[in-house]
Design a protein around this ligand. Structure first.
Ligand code: HEM
Length: 302
């Protein structure tokens, strides 16, 4: 159900968590991703936090770029093609981190191993020598949580330099490449959440009887929220009153996708902003699950 929060000069926000409303709003040309200051005080603070975390060298990270941002569509299409090749070659099998992911999902390695292993595997899609460890994964967690944390904690992270250090470490490891930074700083958390859910499912008695589709339906983790900003006045059946420029629209994607088994929605597969990693991630998760089940049954495994 849509929820409107409107106090003039302070906050103007529409939140939706219904799959149909999310798709309808996402298709509106008057809604876009823009981080420049606009709207009431709370809207501005929210946008400021996103800029502080996710703008590097003056540019928002890839999944925060506006629809018409120069090169966005072609760069992401190119990434999609590259990841498709990797998927066809099952290239993750050569990465030592793949074995760690399998062992952790099978319950033979600690759950804590998932984060650095997933980050390393994603980083090496972009740089053969990408190195992930506890510090780089902790930095990614800080970056991801920063825009959502409470005001005092966020202020503390800025004043003590923790945010700056986390950003610097991630940028160094990714050698400043925006797509690598996105994958290892932000997207990694959806992969880790999916693998963590798989680990829990794998430990249950019914795990072996489940089809792959059922496993992915239960475990695939979508981003918690996607943010859009209103660019021009917009009347929509999803909002009781007209939306005005500067209003924020929060698409509560995880809630909409949770348990629905709708994989297209989890990756916004029908959107102008669709995730170029959808095929790769689904194939990787499938491979990890199959190998982990084999390990648990005492088979050959990874
Ligand atoms: C379980 C894992 C993942 C999920 C569920 C996921 C989901 C999504 C979603 C929902 C969007 C749309 C964002 C929006 O509409 O504002 C998106 C965008 C994007 N994702 Fe993913 N993602 C995952 C992993 C990855 C990985 C590993 C990469 C990189 C290797 C990646 C690269 C991107 C890029 C570049 C965009 C921006 C697309 C554009 O605006 O053109 N994602 N992702």
């Amino acid at each position: 159900m849509a929820r409107r929060l409107s106090i003039p000069g302070l906050v103007n926000l529409l939140e939706v968590s219904d799959a149909r409303e999310i798709r309808r709003l996402d298709a509106e040309p008057h809604l876009d991703r823009h981080l420049a200051p606009a709207g009431g005080l709370v809207n501005r603070l929210r946008l400021a936090r996103l800029r502080q975390a996710f703008v590097f060298d003056g540019e928002p990270l890839p999944a925060l770029l506006a629809r018409e941002a120069e090169g966005r569509a072609s760069r992401h299409a190119e990434l999609g093609r590259r990841l498709e090749e990797r998927t066809e070659a099952s290239s993750w099998r050569q990465d030592p981190a793949f074995k760690t992911l399998v062992e952790a999902v099978a319950g033979q390695a600690e759950a804590e191993a998932l984060g650095p292993a997933a980050q390393g595997l994603l980083g090496r899609l972009f740089r053969d020598d990408y190195r992930a460890d506890e510090a780089s994964y902790a930095a990614a967690r800080l970056l991801d949580a920063y825009p959502r944390g409470n005001v005092l904690r966020a202020l503390g992270q800025r004043l003590t330099g923790r945010l700056r250090r986390a950003r610097r470490l991630l940028a160094e490891r990714a050698r400043g490449e925006p797509l690598a930074l996105h994958a290892t700083g932000i997207a990694v958390h959806n992969l880790v959440a999916s693998l963590t859910a798989m680990r829990e499912l794998a430990a249950t008695p019914q795990a072996h009887g489940l089809s792959l589709a059922a496993v992915l339906g239960r475990t695939l983790a979508a981003p918690e929220t996607l943010l859009r900003r209103v660019q021009a006045p917009l009347s929509t059946p999803c909002a009781p009153r007209r939306l005005e420029p500067g209003d924020l629209v929060v698409l509560r994607l995880a809630q909409a996708a949770r348990g629905s088994g709708d994989r297209e929605l989890a990756f916004m597969g029908q959107s102008w902003a669709r995730c170029p990693a959808q095929g790769f991630i689904l194939a990787l998760l499938a491979a990890v699950w199959e190998q982990a089940m084999a390990v648990r049954q005492g088979g050959r495994g990874a």
